[in-house]
Design a protein around this ligand. Structure first.
Ligand SMILES: [Zn+2]
Ligand SMILES: [Zn+2]
Length: 147
């Protein structure tokens, strides 16, 4: 999805951040993985493409991307780790309370949320996130079989 990367790169630039080849690699990885990876997972995968990349670079880049609002951090209660997600398009997350699996949900209309929240609270809204919790289909099946 080269178009998405172009779009994201423009937003990073507009936010005043410098883009380096490694930062681009990390952003591209997040755009193309809907797995909600941890920094360690990103580092391990990208090391195979770029031996020079360090875990510190991955962390620094993720911090920078969080600042642009293009990337969202999800702190999982299940594994106690921080997961990262490309958030160029609004979506919600469903988190399994049993295994911690995080999936994206797209078909929900968020367009009213920022305006409604601004009117109601007087906040200057700069971002939002939505999460639902429950049992994933696999865990539902597993738990059902244990009965
Ligand atoms: Zn589950
Ligand atoms: Zn997501």
């Amino acid at each position: 999805m080269a178009e998405e990367l172009e779009h994201a790169l423009q937003q990073v630039k507009a936010a005043g951040y410098k883009m380096t080849p490694q930062r681009k690699l990390i952003l591209d990885y997040l755009i193309n993985h809907e797995t909600h990876p941890t920094a360690e997972m990103i580092y391990q995968d990208l090391q195979q493409q770029d031996e020079q990349i360090s875990l510190a670079t991955v962390y620094n880049t993720l911090e920078m991307l969080l600042g642009t609002q293009l990337v969202l951090a999800i702190d999982s209660d299940q594994d106690g780790k921080r997961h990262y997600d490309y958030f160029g398009h609004p979506h919600y997350h469903a988190i399994c309370t049993n295994c911690g699996r995080i999936v994206d949900g797209e078909n929900f209309d968020f367009s009213q949320l920022p305006n409604t929240a601004a009117n109601e609270t007087g906040y200057l809204i700069t971002g939002y996130e939505a999460t639902v919790k429950g049992l994933c289909p696999e865990c539902q099946r597993k738990l059902e079989n244990q009965k």
